[in-house]
Ligand binder design. Structure first.
Ligand SMILES: Cc1cc2nc3c(=O)[nH]c(=O)nc-3n(C[C@H](O)[C@H](O)[C@H](O)COP(=O)(O)OP(=O)(O)OC[C@H]3O[C@@H](n4cnc5c(N)ncnc54)[C@H](O)[C@@H]3O)c2cc1C
Length: 400
C-alpha cells in the first residue's frame, strides 16, 4: 500500500508544480511541494516498491519515477499479496486508540484529513466514506463495551489535558473530535443510524468522525492515476535496496512490508472473510466487543462486507482455521440473521508488518552503493489509518 500511495503522492506533487501551483491547495501542501520541487530540480529519486526519479528535471519536466513490485499489481486471491488487499481499510483513530499509542491517534487524525483530499484529487471521492463507526456488544459482553468506553475516555482526557497544558494550536481540532464520541443509550438511536442492526443490540457507541475506504478500488486507481502521471510500475520484480539494479538511482524508498527480513521485525497473522449479501445494508463499520478478538464488519461496494479480523502471533499464512471462521461468521449472523443467506466470496489470511513494539518507523539508511534509503515500515494494523501521514513525513525526511 505504502509504495503505490507514495508513488502517486510524489508524482502528483511534482505535476502540480509543473503545471503551476493549484489554487485549491492549502498552505501545508504548498510547502511540501516546494520542498519536493527543490530536490527534484537537483536530484532524482528511486524506490524499491517505492519511488524513482532517475534523472534531474529541467524546470518543468520530471524524469521517471519507478516502482518495483515483487508480486502482481492486481493479484488474485491465490497468490501471495500485499496485506493492503486483505485489510478492512477502516480509518478509525478513536477505536484504535484504546489498544495503541497516542502517536497512532495523532497520525490517524492527520490521515483522516488527507484521505478525502487525495481521493478527490484522484477523481474518486466516492470511495471515501466519512459516516463514522459503531461499537456494539452482545448483552453478555456489555462489560467489554463499558470498559472500552472508559479506556477511550481516559486516553482522550489524558491527551486533551496535556494538550491544554501545552496550549497548542492543534487543541481545538482534537477537542472537537473528542466531543464527537457519542453514547447511544436507547435502541432507537441505534436504529436511526443502522436500521438493519438486530434487536439483540440495545446500546452502543457512535464515533462519527471515523471513516472507511473502498480499498480494492483505491489500490487499483492508485496504479492508474500514478501511471497517468508518468510513474513506471514493474511487477514480478523482487529487489533488495542494495540490489545492483538500483545503483544508478539517487534515492530509494523501501516499502516492502513483510518483505523486510531483519531481527525485531515480524508478521502478525490476520484472517478475514468477504461475503456478499443483498438483503442487508450497513453504512458504516460495526465493531463488536468480544473478550478474545477485535471483531468488525465493514461494508464494501456491490453489497459486499469484510468480516474480520483475528490477530495471531504467527507468520503462518495458511488458510483460515475452522475456529476463526466460526467466530467471525457468528459475529456477522448476530448483527442481522439475514446474513445467513450471504454468499462467501473469499476467506483470506495475511500478515501485518510489525516491529516488536507494534509502532511504525521511518528510517534513513545508506545502500552499499552509497545511495540514501528511506525505509517506511511497521504499519502493523494501521496502514490505512496512518499511511498518508507517514508518507508526508517520509517525503519531508527524504528531501530535507
Ligand atoms: C486482516 C487485516 C486487516 C487489516 N485491517 C486494517 C484496517 O482496517 N485499517 C488499517 O489502517 N489497516 C489495516 N490493516 C493493516 C494494513 O493492511 C497494513 O498496515 C498495510 O497494508 C501495510 O502497508 P505496507 O505497504 O507496509 O505493506 P503491504 O501492504 O503488505 O505491501 C508491501 C508490498 O511490498 C511488496 N514487496 C515485498 N517484498 C518486496 C521486494 N523484495 N521487492 C519488491 N516488492 C516487495 C509486496 O509484494 C507488497 O505488495 C489490516 C491488515 C490485515 C492483515
Amino acid at each position: 500500500m505504502v509504495g503505490r500511495l507514495l508513488a502517486w503522492r510524489l508524482a502528483s506533487g511534482i505535476e502540480q508544480l509543473d503545471t503551476g501551483i493549484d489554487s485549491k491547495l492549502d498552505t501545508d501542501v504548498i510547502s511540501d511541494i516546494d520542498t519536493l520541487n527543490h530536490i527534484a530540480l537537483e536530484k532524482g529519486t528511486n524506490s524499491d516498491n517505492g519511488i524513482t526519479n532517475n534523472s534531474p528535471i529541467n524546470g518543468s519536466t520530471i524524469s521517471q519515477i519507478s516502482v518495483f513490485e515483487k508480486g502482481q499489481l492486481a493479484p488474485t486471491e491465490k497468490c501471495e499479496r500485499a496485506a493492503a488487499f486483505t485489510a478492512a481499510a477502516m480509518i478509525s483513530p478513536l477505536s484504535e486508540l484504546v489498544a495503541s499509542e497516542m502517536d497512532i491517534y495523532q497520525l490517524g487524525l492527520q490521515s483522516l484529513n488527507l484521505w478525502p483530499n487525495w481521493l478527490e484529487e484522484m477523481g474518486i471521492p466516492q470511495h471515501f466514506h466519512p459516516q463514522g463507526s459503531l461499537v456494539l456488544a452482545h448483552p453478555n459482553d456489555l462489560a467489554e463495551l463499558q470498559q472500552f468506553k472508559r479506556d477511550l475516555s481516559f486516553k482522550l482526557n489524558e491527551h486533551n489535558a496535556s494538550n491544554k497544558q501545552a496550549n497548542t494550536h492543534a487543541d481545538t481540532h482534537v477537542d472537537s473530535r473528542t466531543a464527537a464520541l457519542q453514547v447511544l443509550n436507547e435502541r432507537q438511536q441505534l436504529e436511526n443510524l443502522e436500521p438493519a442492526i438486530s434487536q439483540h443490540f440495545q446500546t452502543g457507541l457512535y464515533l462519527p468522525s471515523e471513516a472507511h475506504i473502498d480499498h480494492n478500488e483505491v489500490l487499483a486507481e492508485l496504479i492508474l492515476n500514478a501511471t497517468r502521471l508518468g510513474v513506471n510500475f514493474t511487477e514480478n520484480c523482487a529487489l533488495e535496496p542494495d540490489n545492483e539494479a538500483l545503483k544508478d538511482y539517487d534515492l530509494i524508498f523501501d516499502c516492502r512490508g513483510t518483505g523486510l527480513k531483519e531481527a525485531g521485525f515480524r508478521g502478525v497473522r490476520g484472517e478475514v472473510i468477504r461475503i456478499e449479501c443483498k438483503e442487508v445494508t450497513l453504512k458504516r463499520p460495526i465493531r463488536i466487543m468480544h473478550p478474545r478478538y477485535k471483531l468488525y464488519i465493514v461494508p464494501k461496494p456491490n453489497h459486499q462486507f469484510v468480516i474480520g479480523a483475528t490477530e495471531i502471533e504467527s507468520e503462518d499464512r495458511s488458510k483460515i482455521s475452522l475456529r476463526s471462521s466460526m467466530e467471525l461468521m457468528s459475529a456477522l449472523y448476530a448483527v442481522n440473521p439475514a446474513f445467513a443467506e450471504a454468499r462467501i466470496i473469499s476467506q483470506e489470511t495475511n500478515l501485518r508488518p510489525a516491529y516488536m513494539n507494534n509502532l511504525p518507523r521511518i528510517d534513513r539508511l545508506q545502500s552499499i552503493h552509497n545511495k540514501p534509503i528511506i525505509r517506511i515500515n511497521g504499519l502493523y494494523r494501521h496502514g490505512y489509518l496512518i499511511g498518508p501521514a507517514m508518507i508526508e513525513q517520509a517525503i519531508q525526511q527524504a528531501f530535507l
